[in-house]
Design a protein around this ligand. Structure first.
Ligand code: ISJ
Length: 278
């Protein structure tokens, strides 16, 4: 049986999607494409061997998973696809109801940290499926909505009059001066112990897949041009903003995210981060 490998079916992973689907990088993998929250669950239940995970969700299962080296979803400031859309200015959100996309884990925690630490606000949160084209009903009592991925990119490019838009990558940078690692690639510890060579081979395809997609940006964008609602320039710009390398500075920024999550009682304890040797 091939290793069960998760993949995020958002545009943020398009470079790898292109390599997996168009350039043969999927070889020897049993691929599962899903939104981050479903991949998080599947890794927690050991239904996947290797997968991208929300950084926050990885911390919750770090006793049974390890990190792949130098691969993640990162931005240094603006991210364009983690957006809080609000009916009020951000500093008026205390005690207000905020809906959180059901697709995410990191962004929920990140928003709570930012609102608590940078704005001293304690809103009420509710996780819900959100339609990016229809965020609020006239008579509902939600003050704001948090979106990620393609939905967030859509609202970011389609501002509605009278609403306020906050880029959460930018907010994190303003608060900490640091980049943010939203997602990491994890491998199940037991699987790694028994399949080191296979894990190394898959790692090379995943890491190489991102590099190959970025190197062939034009072909990669051609792949989605019929079905995407975004212009070529918008996507070009997005792939300048989203980064996939996780160096020491970014790993330290991730550790700070975990530390603040523990301080805000969102995470029980600091995760034990172990990186597999390839
Ligand atoms: C930048 C993003 O990174 C992500 C955010 C995640 C989360 O909030 O849990 C998980 C995976 C990534 O898709 C995004 O989705 O827009």
């Amino acid at each position: 049986m091939h290793p069960r490998v998760g993949h995020i079916n958002f545009l943020n992973c398009l470079p790898l999607t292109y390599s997996l689907l168009k350039c043969g990088y999927h070889k020897d993998m049993s691929l599962v494409m899903a939104v981050p929250s479903d991949l998080n669950k599947a890794m927690a239940n050991e239904e996947l061997d290797i997968s991208p995970m929300s950084s926050f969700a990885f911390a919750q299962i770090s006793d049974k998973a390890m990190l792949m080296p130098n691969i993640g979803i990162v931005s240094d400031g603006e991210v364009q696809s983690i957006i809080l859309v609000s009916r009020k200015p951000i500093n008026e959100l205390n005690q207000q109801k905020i809906i959180l996309t059901a697709q995410s884990a990191t962004s929920h925690c990140l928003l709570k940290i930012i609102l608590q630490k940078a704005y001293n606000l304690v809103p009420h949160y509710e996780i819900k499926k959100i339609d990016p084209r229809h965020l609020f009903e006239e008579n509902d009592d939600y003050a704001a909505a948090l979106l990620i991925g393609d939905d967030a990119l859509y609202v970011n490019h389609n501002h509605q009059a009278g609403l306020y838009y906050y880029d959460i990558g930018e907010q994190w940078k303003k608060m900490t001066g640091l980049p943010m690692v939203y997602a990491v690639w994890a491998v199940n510890r037991n699987f790694y112990r028994e399949h080191k060579a296979e894990v190394a081979a898959i790692y090379k395809r995943l890491r190489g897949g991102f590099d190959n997609g970025i190197k062939n940006k034009s072909l990669m964008l051609d792949m989605v041009k019929e079905k995407t609602v975004f212009s070529r320039n918008q996507l070009m710009d997005y792939f300048e903003v989203i980064k996939y390398d996780v160096d020491e500075v970014r790993l330290n920024a991730l550790q700070l995210f975990y530390k603040l999550a523990v301080e805000c009682n969102l995470l029980e304890k600091m995760p034990s981060i172990e990186i597999v040797e390839i």
